[in-house]
Each structure stands twice: as C-alpha cells, then as structure tokens.
Design a protein around this ligand. Structure first.
Ligand code: BG6
Length: 490
C-alpha cells in the first residue's frame, strides 16, 4: 500500500465500489481482469472496493479465491506477495449463477454494508454476446440497477439486427449513461497517443490527408492460437472478434477530424462521422483465412467456415480520405505477434536521382506506430549513403517509450478502462450509434462472405492477402527490426 501516496487525486473513483464481475472464471477474467483489478487495488487506485464474482461454475468462495490466485500466478506481470494477496482475497465473494438473483442481491448488499451508503455499483459483463441479456435480466431481478453502471464486453451483438435488439433491450433496464461498451484497444496507451501525436503537434496534421498519404495499414497478427476459446471463437471469427471492434475503433482515432474538445461527446461525434463515411465492406475486398488444424480443435465444427484470419480493404468516403485505401489484417497462429498502424506517404512527383541510386527501392516513406503497451513510433525516409556518388538508403527516426524511463507507469488497457468506468468517464468507450453503423457497413460481408482459404500456422496468411494490397505490400514482416536499445525499459 506504500504506493498510495503516488496516486494523484482524481485518478481513482470518488465513491466506494462494489464490482459484480459476471464471467468471473472465464478466459478474459483470468488473463486480464483479475491481474488488472489486483494491480488497481493493491497499488491504491481504488481505495474502497468489494468484488462479487459470478459465473456458471458451482464452487464456494474459497475455491473461487484459489482460482483467482492461480490466475494471478499465471497471468499477472506482478508477483502477488502474501500480505497484498491476503488483503485482496478478503475483498472477494462468489455467487454461482444457479444460486439465483436473491443470492446475488444478498452478496452485493453485504458488500455494500461494509463500504457505506455512498457506495456505487459497477457490473462487468465479461460474457459472450448470447449471455449478455440473460446476465442483465439477472441483475434486474437482483434489484441491482440503481446507483450502477454496466460494462458490456465486445462483440456487441453479432450483426446489425442483434446489436439494435441488444441496445433496445438494454435500454429497458439501464439508461444510456449507465452503459459502458468497452473496447480495450481504446484503453491502450498508444491508442490515446495517436490523439496526442495528431492534435498536440502542428507538424503532422497538415499532411494527414489524401494529398500526402497513399494508404494506411492497421495490422494485428497474433501468434496465439485458440485452444480453450475455440468454441466461443467458432461462433465469432476474426471479423467479429477483432475488426468490427478493435481495428475499426483504432481506424476511427487515426482518421477522425480534430474534436472540439478532449471530451466524450466531441470525440465520439468525430469517430462516428468517420464510421458514417465508411463505404460498406465489399466482399471482393476481403480475404478470409483459416489455419490448418483449426477444424481439429475441440468445440470446432470439422467443416467449419469460421475465419481465424481476415484481411480487407476499406475506404472512408470524405474530403480528407476519399481514394485512400485502409488495409486491415489480423489473425491467429500467424508468424509474429505485432500491432501496428503504418502510414505510407505518397512518393515525390519527380525524381532527379538516377534509376540505380536506390530511390524508391525500399518502398515509400512510412510513419509507423507500434501499439504495444510501451509504444514505439518510427518515421522512415530516404537519405544519402555516406561515400562517393549518390546512393540512397532507407533511414529512420525512432521513438521508444522504453527510453523515457516511464514505461513502468503505463496502465494496462483494462485497468485504465475499469477505472474510467468507475469514475463515469466515457471518453474511451464506444457508443450505440457508432457500433450500429459498423454493423451496417459490415452487412454485405456478413451476407456473402468469401470462402475461407487455408494457411499454415506460423505464416502470414493465404497467398491472396498479397493480391489484396497490390501494387503495395504489407509492411510486416519488417525488413529492418525496430531499434530498441532498452527493450525492457529498465
Ligand atoms: C480480444 C480478442 O478482444 O483481443 C482476442 O477477443 C485477442 O481474440 C485480443 O487475442 C488481443 O488483445 P491484446 O490486448 O492482447 O492485443
């Protein structure tokens, strides 16, 4: 608790919190939410809290605490010391779903009694889309709507019709200002850094448009496979899991006009304008891939048509971006884990350099953002190779957060967003309108998806990903590695 003094005022929630975590034993909870909550609580960001775990698994509170402990041991980057763990464990309670709404009500009331009358409720629904409404119904039956906010996990619906239905049904229970639709990519430090980079500098915004930019890539390959998540993923696929959520939200930050203020409505308004200008996704501009071996995984149809990789072209038909293609790609079991946005600038209109000088030989100038927690930015350009004659090489200016000594201050995306939801700050949450529009532009693809093409695990996807982007090329794999003189940030 010694870190308490370091937490600036206003960062934590104003009122004590009871967090009801539905899906408390699931994959997301184990990998991200428990490690995040543990850090927020033990570092003093949330001074007064009780957490009630809820899931389908029948178990008592001791078994539940043991499960949380093993999740921390496995997934938390910080080691849980005995004293801090004992404190955290004492804040946890557990209610299996089949114990019913009455038992949930009692558990939350008991937690509130320990925290006082000012206590607020945060319900976090870490459940797949089809379980979201039943969970909301249970919360309503347990009479836990008052003084509450609800965090909804993505994907929010599975198409336009279901997203509209979900919004309508949610509004029967919660007011819009109680609903926080989470997209954890927006909570990533580098995503917010896109806003800083664009709007805190006079240098880049003037060239941030179709006159100077040739195309944009948002590329998020993952090495990880699906394993225990396969049965969830089989219903979801890469498009719904990653593109209509994370990648489009990042695209929104990358492409939006300057908001009138750094506040929730102006930011959502500008992001939603980008989504409104997006052209419907043409299935001919989409490559769907599936890694060899996916169909043999437990919970997967042996003839599954679910894509584990997707690459597509989309366009934003407005004054800033008309004619500039945005290429998006993401997939599982790929050659490397990376999260980049890469902006390719137009080449000079005329070159006086001799053809064999190397001008243009290594592609256009690029501005590249690495969306890893410890962000990196690189600007590449042609420069003269030392020595006689005029030979040109690709050179770069690079920034790495690890060099600042501040990388340790980064809050993991879920940590930041949980804190924001407790404080009622919706700047980094998505809106019903925005999400519905994204499902709307997705309709042609969802109605007539192209066939899946197989790719080898450990590769960059099926061959057709290259035709999609031609005459350009995917930035990844990088020809030259990032320079990172201090990779651990120590
Ligand atoms: C999740 C997806 O939302 O994001 C996963 O469901 C994906 O399939 C994950 O692996 C990637 O997030 P991160 O923060 O690890 O890049």
């Amino acid at each position: 608790m010694s870190k308490l003094a370091k937490i600036p005022p206003g960062v934590g929630p104003r009122y004590p919190q009871v967090l009801t975590l539905v899906g408390a034993t699931g994959d997301l909870a184990q990998r991200k939410l428990w490690p995040g909550l543990y850090h927020l609580v033990t570092a003093g960001f949330i001074p007064a809290i009780r957490i009630v775990g809820v899931s389908l698994d029948p178990m008592d509170v001791e078994a539940f605490r043991a499960l949380v402990k093993s999740a921390l041991d496995k997934f938390s980057p910080r080691k849980a010391c005995d004293e801090a763990w004992a404190h955290f464990a004492s804040l946890l309670d557990y209610v299996p779903l089949d114990a019913g709404a009455g038992a949930l009500h009692e558990a939350v009331r008991a937690a509130e009694a320990a925290l006082g009358p000012e206590t607020r409720r945060l319900h976090y629904l870490s459940v797949p889309p089809k379980a979201a409404l039943p969970a909301v119904k249970t919360l309503a039956e347990a009479r836990l709507i008052e003084r509450s906010r609800v965090v909804m996990e993505k994907p929010f619906g599975t198409d336009l019709r279901s997203a509209r239905e979900l919004n309508a049904r949610l509004h029967e229970v919660f007011a819009e200002d109680q609903i926080f639709r989470i997209d954890h990519f927006l909570g990533k430090e580098p995503a917010q850094n896109i806003l800083a980079f664009r709007f805190a500098n006079g240098l880049f915004e003037p060239i941030w448009n179709r006159n100077f930019i040739n195309h944009v890539q948002i590329d998020v390959p993952e090495t990880l496979g699906l394993d225990k998540r396969a049965s969830f993923y089989e219903q979801t696929g890469a498009y719904r899991d990653m593109v209509v959520t994370h990648l489009f939200q990042i695209l929104g930050f990358m492409a939006m006009e300057p908001p009138t203020a750094l506040e929730p409505s102006p930011i959502s308004e500008e992001k939603n304008k980008v989504f409104r200008s997006m052209k419907p996704i043409d299935p001919r501009d989409v490559v769907r891939g599936q890694y060899v071996g996916y169909r043999q995984q437990e919970g997967v149809d042996p003839e599954s048509d679910t894509e584990t990789l997707i690459a597509l072209k989309c366009e934003i038909d407005n004054w800033r971006w008309a004619g500039v293609p945005f290429f998006l790609r993401t997939g599982k079991r790929m050659a490397e884990g990376q999260r980049i946005i890469s902006i390719a600038f137009r080449e000079p209109p005329k070159s006086m350099f001799p053809a064999n000088s190397g001008v243009g030989a290594q592609g256009p100038d690029h501005l590249t953002f690495d969306l890893a927690d410890a962000t990196k930015v690189s600007l590449s350009f042609y420069g003269k190779r030392p020595g006689p004659g005029m030979r040109l090489d690709k050179q770069s200016l690079q920034f790495s957060m690890n060099d600042t000594g501040l990388a340790g201050e980064v809050l993991e995306a879920y940590e930041r967003l949980i804190l924001d939801a407790m404080r009622g700050d919706r700047t980094l949450f998505t809106t019903a309108d925005g999400i519905e529009r994204l499902w709307e532009v997705s309709e042609p693809l969802l109605d007539a998806p192209p066939p899946v093409r197989l790719y080898e695990p450990g590769s960059w996807g099926p061959k057709s990903i290259h035709q999609l982007i031609a005459p350009n090329a995917w930035r990844l794999p990088f020809e030259r590695a990032w320079r990172d003189p201090n990779p651990t940030g120590s």
